[in-house]
Design a protein around this ligand. Structure first.
Ligand SMILES: [Zn+2]
Length: 283
């Protein structure tokens, strides 16, 4: 049987300065057109600051049946933020999205999977701000981010929100988030099929993509918060992205992360204490 895969889209503006052309609205609308044409209902995590500049694209996404979530206020990785600033901006952005779309905003995705042991202070803040789930952890060792020891299937943070960890698969000894980003764009579909086949039935599988990945005409610039190599990789394979995604979406069908969270029996989820250095599971 085909495993169900939830489609998620992270809507962000990665330009290091406003001197570069803002193509985020145009490209988001392009991706919304594809979703509409293919009958896909996605979870769309939006950067709050960008939503304020282009509220009409978020209203459209909401009206077309997508779940709207928050992808931080300005796409700054959590480790570069002070907890009190994060809290203030998080609550303001959530309120703005709720007022703009009329939807309750339940989901949060940290920029660059930056919810790690180091930034565990963010977890109680998410709960306090009224989120019910997060989708912000890479459950493996990784030089850039990652929280080794956390489960690869949905779990609940102690006294806090549900976490939908990023799907990973092992390739030549590395745990890679194979269902999205550069891994989706640049790796052959064989890797995805292998990872999906290997995934346990406890996992909630989600793919993640970004409107800029579909933009083959954007001029190169160096991205903030990452090295030159990562910046270069962000420009590779964009011309094939739309076809690749269309082919993949034909095989996907799943509820939004918010609907999955809502249908879960919370008492059946494992509870993870973020204070434990290896994110020990509380029995
Ligand atoms: Zn992002």
């Amino acid at each position: 049987m085909l495993k169900k895969i939830t489609v998620t889209l992270d809507v962000e503006d990665l330009r290091p300065s406003r001197a570069y052309e803002d193509r985020s609205k145009m490209m988001t609308e392009r991706v919304l057109d594809i979703f509409l044409e293919m009958g896909i209902r996605a979870t769309i995590f939006v950067v709050g600051d960008l939503a304020r500049r282009h509220p009409e694209m978020i209203i459209r996404a909401s009206q077309e049946g997508h779940e709207i979530g928050l992808h931080s206020h300005k796409h700054i990785p959590l480790q570069l933020l002070a907890p009190q600033d994060f809290e203030k901006e998080l609550k303001e952005a959530k309120r703005f999205l709720e007022e703009t779309t009329g939807q309750k905003i339940n989901g949060f995705r940290a920029p660059t999977m930056s919810l790690t042991y180091k930034t565990r202070w963010a977890i109680p803040i998410l709960q306090e701000a009224g989120f019910t789930y997060s989708s912000s952890v890479l459950p493996a060792k990784n030089p850039l981010y990652g929280w080794d020891g956390t489960p690869t299937y949905p779990f609940r943070w102690l006294n806090s929100v549900i976490e939908f960890p990023c799907p990973i698969t092992n390739l030549f000894g590395f745990n890679i988030p194979y269902l999205g980003g550069a891994y989706f764009r640049l790796f052959p579909s064989l890797i995805r099929k292998m990872g999906i086949r290997r995934a346990s039935t406890k996992e909630v599988l989600w793919t993640y993509c970004h409107p800029w990945e579909f933009d083959k005409d954007e001029k190169y610039y160096q991205l903030d918060h990452v090295g030159r190599l990562t910046s270069r990789i962000a420009w590779i394979g964009r011309s094939g992205m739309e076809n690749k995604m269309r082919n993949f979406l034909r095989d996907t069908s799943a509820a939004s992360l918010g609907d999955i969270a809502e249908s879960m029996d919370l008492s059946s989820l494992e509870v993870v204490n973020p204070e434990s250095p290896v994110a020990g599971i509380e029995k």
